[in-house]
Design a protein around this ligand. Sequence first.
Ligand SMILES: [Zn+2]
Length: 347
Amino acid sequence: MIDIYPWQQEIWQKMMKSQKYWGHALIFKGKRGIGKYAFARNLAQSLLCQSPKTDRLACGNCLSCGWFEQNSHPNFYSVLPEALLAVGNADNTHIENKETGLTAQKAKKNLSQQIGVDQIRQLNDFVYQTGHQDGYKVILISPAETMTHAAANALLKKLEEPPADVLFILVTHQVQHLLPTIRSRCQQIAMPVPNMETSIEWLKLKGIDNPEFILPLNDFSPLSAWSFVQEDLATPHQHFVDQITNGKKFDWLILAQSLQSINLARVTDWLQKWCYDLVSYRTTGEIRYYLQFKSIIQAMSQQIDLITCVTFARELNNHRKLSHHPLNTRLFLEEMFIRYSEMIHGK
Ligand SMILES: [Zn+2]
């Protein structure tokens, strides 16, 4: 589908008017789940399209668009970490939203979460071989911050002596993690973040019930909220809340077992947000993420020991980093839930 998100209309028009200032490399930066990757692909497709529409979006019907949509366009090259390639090129939403931490099945396959130097070196063949058509070539690198140090340096060399008629597009959730020397050679574009109202409206149009509850839980990113529903996470998430609010009957073994096929970083994030709300309610009377569970949070927040809860929330931060390389998914979850149980029961 060739369409841009409602909150990207303005930036699209601006970009179309300023093409002569793009230079040979662009960075699309901004938080996860706002459609940067889809926007970058749309831009690439429109540059390669043989008969773009009046708004310069790709036509979706020409030979070039056909190749592009099948990921076989000879003048388009996309560089993703292996782990994201496994998600499938076609699924823009999922590619942008995937946490780098993997589900248990994928972690077993040991797919790389990084963009390696070989992947950047392979660009040479693409850049210096003649494409099947004359004209522009487009290289899309996403998420650019996952490049290894060697990969980033290899890319830097290319940006220092940019080949003619090649446009590099880097997509990044964390622009500060890119080499300053790379950043300075690219035109940086801050991608717009939709406000709550726009996001809710978009999710409603997608047929999603209760977007006002799902959105905060997914960092207020409409695409992350959409993925949450698409990946059928509402049921496991409800089970998660049922258990962690179950007081003395909380069964961490059962919970760890039932969540072991879900992305670990995601589960850690759910618990982190829960603890954030407990602390926040206790100290300010406000919550941020679990809006539909406000009365439960209100009751629980009175029972916890504030300092223990804050300490535990910090611990979860470290836990989250480890979640990318768990030795044993089940143990990882059990340990985290046991600690939570100790925290709420004041041990
Ligand atoms: Zn076309």
